[in-house]
Design a protein around this ligand. Sequence first.
Ligand SMILES: *Cc1c(COP(=O)(O)O)cnc(C)c1O
Length: 397
Amino acid sequence: MNTAEIQALNDQYVINTYGARKLAITRGEGITLWDADGKEYLDCFAGIAVCNLGHCHPAVTEAIREQAGKLIHVSNLYYIEPQVNLAERLSKQCFAQKWFFCNGGAEANEAAIKLARRYWAQKGTPKPGIVTAEQSFHGRTLATITATGQPKYRQGFEPMMPGFSYVQFNDIAALENAITPEVGAVLIEPIQGEGGVRMPVEGYLRAVRELCTKKNVLLIFDEVQTGLGRTGALFAHQGYGVTPDIMTLAKGLANGVPIGAMGCTDEAATGFGPGMHACTFGGNPLSTAASVATIDTLTAPGFIEAAAKTGDYFLGRLNALAADHAIIVDVRGKGLMIGVEFKEAVSPLIGKMLDAGVICGPAGPNVLRFLPPLIITTEQIDRVMAVLSACLGELGW
Ligand SMILES: *Cc1c(COP(=O)(O)O)cnc(C)c1O
């Protein structure tokens, strides 16, 4: 099928939650994508921070092939070898010593929210309140749109879940006030992704950690977007030297195979016992085999360090561009999670870049977001920069 044919079937049979789009992408390799009409693109979005190793990475594709020929699915009524292999690998890489697997980011956050509530209930001191940040994004289920600090995601879906309250990101005094005796957990993204690639100010995450410890509440980091090498460390909190009690992962965890995970300390894990939470597909053999291959590739010596350097190069080039363009308000990011804030809405710019063969995306109306596969080279970044400059010129920006 060509693009027009795919679009026609989509419009006829698929519920219109995603609106009109320009592309149908049918093939990918590394950083390159091809659409249904054969046109080639340089991918600077990686799904949405999903294909961190690039498209169809051979190690992941091979792991999927091998597992698909052996066993695709069994339920969690049985032990699952690739699942325990994945849990062991993840535990060796970070603070979290216990894991629960599911299918995506919202489900991982649901698991974290349920665990936090159950943990305090179990202790005999129920405190169901959860504090989250304005401008955050935590998913599209009812509990996670409640957690998400952006009213546009909630409109028409009320009533929301009780027990959530919100503070400005980066305002530690506001957080201190918000942690009332009913609050049992704080849920934040170390760097806010969908909300505009908003960075924590110096010392903020550390202050959040200290406050949570002092007030005896659980700190949950939503690393669904920042995790898996995206910000120059395997997990963003490691780059900031701040450790949560619970962390959620999804997006890049299996380089494109649907998976989510909630990891926590041994202590936090005591909140869950048999029968308290479950997920039919969670941690199934296919997704966890793909994830094991993803983790092994990401944690190969030098891989993430190289991506961090590439990110510095990209930020440097964007900062230089910003110096010549007053319409650019700010360039920010860490590793290869980068936002460029404009005075204008960025959708025309994204459209022009797409026409010129570069795929990137927004983070809110005025922020252009780059989330390329971590294997992007400086030469490819030079090509992206040439396209970006030319598109700014065409727009008279
Ligand atoms: C994408 C995202 C989610 C939601 O993940 P889904 O897999 O779409 O449910 C949650 N939190 C953050 C930070 C995200 O970027």
